[in-house]
Design a protein around this ligand. Structure first.
Ligand SMILES: [Zn+2]
Length: 253
C-alpha cells in the first residue's frame, strides 16, 4: 500500500518549528479474550513503541485475557461498558448507557463493570470508562466519577476538559475503519487529510491541544490494509514532536 504521508510530515514540521508538542495515545476496543488479532495488536504496539489502551468488555472478559494483558506493559486495560449491549429503542442510535435507560440500572452496571475489571486486572487497570458506540448520557458523568473513574473516553474533540469533578474527558479522534460502507480502510489520503486538519486546528488553538490526540482501532475486525495503515501511521506520528499519553491509575485523594 502506497500512502502519501507528505502532508502529515509537513504539518508535524510546523509543530516542531513552533516548539509545539502533541500528546498522543492509542485506544483499541472490544477485547474479551486472547486471539491471534490481539497478538498482532500487541506486536504492533511493541514495534511502534506506542502502548495500546485496550477497552475490555467486562461481563465477558476472561481470566486468560487478564493473564495476557498482565504479561506486557504495552497493553493498558480500560473499561468498555458492561456487556456491550444495546438498550436504546430501534428509533435511536445504539447505546448501552443512553438517556432512555433507567439511571439506576446504568449506575449498577457501571459499578459491576468496575468491580469485574478490577478483579481481572488489579492495579494494572486504568480507571477510564469507554462507553460502547462512544455514546453516553451526560447525566452519568457524576456517577462515573463517584464510582471511582478518573476519565471518560469517546470520539471527537472534547468541549470541556472535565465533564464532572475528577473525571477527565480524553477522546479519540481518528478511526481508520469505514464503518458505514465497506468496513475496510477509509481512503488513506482522506485519513491523512483528516489527521492534518485536526492537527492544524490544535496548532491554531481552535481546539484544545491539552487533550491527548487519540487513534482508535478495533483489532478483531482489521483487514490487512487497516493493519498496514495503522503501522505506518503510528510510525509517522512517533517521528513527530509527540509525547505519549498513558492513562495510569490516579491515587485517591
Ligand atoms: Zn465497542
Amino acid at each position: 500500500m502506497n500512502i502519501d504521508w507528505q502532508p502529515l510530515r509537513e504539518e508535524l514540521a510546523l509543530w516542531r518549528r513552533s516548539g509545539l508538542e502533541l500528546p498522543f495515545w492509542w485506544r483499541d476496543d472490544d477485547a474479551i479474550e486472547p486471539t491471534p488479532e490481539l497478538d498482532e495488536l500487541t506486536a504492533l504496539a511493541g514495534e511502534t513503541g506506542v502502548p495500546v489502551h485496550l477497552a475490555v468488555i467486562p461481563r465477558d472478559a476472561t481470566q486468560t485475557l487478564a493473564s495476557q494483558v498482565k504479561a506486557t506493559q504495552m497493553l493498558i486495560p480500560v473499561v468498555h461498558g458492561w456487556a456491550h449491549e444495546n438498550h436504546a429503542p430501534p428509533s435511536l442510535k445504539k447505546a448501552e448507557f443512553g438517556a432512555t435507560r433507567e439511571m439506576a440500572e446504568c449506575v449498577s452496571d457501571i459499578a459491576q463493570a468496575l468491580e469485574k475489571a478490577k478483579s481481572l486486572f488489579g492495579d494494572r487497570l486504568a480507571l477510564m470508562f469507554v462507553p460502547p458506540w462512544n455514546r453516553i448520557d451526560l447525566a452519568l458523568m457524576t456517577p462515573l466519577a463517584e464510582a471511582g473513574f478518573s476519565a471518560i473516553s469517546s470520539f471527537q474533540s472534547r468541549r470541556e476538559p472535565d465533564t464532572a469533578p475528577g473525571l477527565a474527558q480524553i477522546n479519540t479522534h481518528l478511526d481508520p475503519i469505514f464503518w458505514r460502507g465497506t468496513r475496510g480502510l477509509v481512503e488513506p489520503a482522506q485519513l491523512v487529510a483528516l489527521a492534518v486538519a485536526l492537527l492544524k486546528d490544535r496548532r491554531r488553538a481552535i481546539t484544545d491541544n491539552s487533550e491527548p490526540f487519540g487513534y482508535l482501532t478495533h483489532h478483531l475486525v482489521h483487514d490487512a490494509d487497516i493493519w498496514e495503515f495503522s503501522r505506518q501511521f503510528l510510525q509517522e506520528m512517533s517521528e513527530g514532536p509527540i509525547r505519549l499519553y498513558r492513562h495510569d491509575r490516579k491515587e485517591e485523594a
